[in-house]
Design a protein around this ligand. Structure first.
Ligand code: SAM
Length: 259
């Protein structure tokens, strides 16, 4: 590259040209890094080991509790395909009966989590397919499945995005787990890993049973049942299962009552 006129003719001129170029490029790299950090979802910055170590602490016990509940979620309904929103490291996938299911999708925003899921459950072969999809901005990328499992993820995507995602899957059954807190301050349980979750405040939505039931009713799903599991720290996990009552045709909004 030729230096502009003002730099030419001396060693000093050439050196200052190179210096200016280097400085501009460094500035550009720094700006791109800031932009990347700004658009990264905080979940993409949490390591899987911090997440799993925190969730499985005896004082938190959420990984173990959800694992048991997922066995029930996979076994209860007469379906052959399921999609797990916010699959994280694949907790509970060991309960998938490979004779019953022909397709399981694992969806998450964090590619590293998904790489771990693929490795851990490689024995599931083509039945398991992991897809990096941001549920808040890319619901159109979701595949179809008969059952949606959404455990502790609605809180991070919000009800509006969740409704769009469910509709896109066309699922007949939706089984969700939400966390109900005893106090407003500490929705993340205390632990040595607590600070890994600092960024989550920015994407956290408060979801309770009633707001979830109303949101699901709005898109034509009726509540089948709820089940509550108490946690050691006074919080509780509530599982809410829904069945599609009305087929809402997303494009033309035409209603076709099924039952
Ligand atoms: C609390 S964890 C879910 C727990 C998991 N279902 C289990 O049983 O251990 C929330 C998960 O949702 C994912 N997630 C958060 N926001 C998301 C988004 N916008 N799109 C897709 N996945 C998201 C996170 O990366 C994380 O894996």
């Amino acid at each position: 590259m030729k230096a502009p006129e003002r730099y030419r003719g001396s060693l000093f001129g050439n050196l200052s040209f190179l210096w200016d170029m280097l400085r501009d490029n460094l500035k550009l790299i720094a700006q791109l890094q800031v932009r990347k950090d700004r658009i990264m979802n905080p979940w993409e910055k949490i390591s899987l080991s911090d997440y799993e170590n925190h969730m499985s602490l005896a004082s938190v016990n959420q990984l173990q509790a959800m694992n048991k509940m997922m066995k029930f979620q996979f076994e209860t309904y007469l379906v052959t395909s399921a999609i797990v929103f916010g699959v994280a490291g694949g907790n509970g996938l060991e309960h998938v009966n490979l004779k019953k299911y022909s397709k399981i999708y694992g969806i998450d925003i964090n590619n590293i989590y998904l790489d771990n899921v693929k490795k851990r459950y490689s024995f599931m072969g083509d039945i398991l397919e992991c897809k990096r999809i941001d549920l808040t901005s890319e619901p159109d990328m979701l595949p179809e499945a008969e059952l949606v499992i959404a455990n502790l993820v609605i809180e991070y995507v919000g009800l509006e995005a969740f409704k769009k995602g469910v509709l896109k899957t066309g699922a007949r059954y939706v089984s969700c787990i939400i966390q109900i807190n005893t106090d407003d301050e500490s929705w993340v349980s205390d632990s040595p890993y607590l600070h890994s979750f600092d960024g989550l405040d920015a994407v956290h939505h408060r979801v309770d049973e009633q707001s979830l039931i109303m949101a699901m009713n709005e898109i034509g799903y009726g509540l089948l049942k709820t089940a509550t599991t108490p946690l050691p720290n006074g919080k509780k996990l509530v599982m809410l299962d829904f069945e599609r009552l009305i087929q809402v045709y997303r494009e033309n909004r035409c209603l076709n009552i099924e039952k």
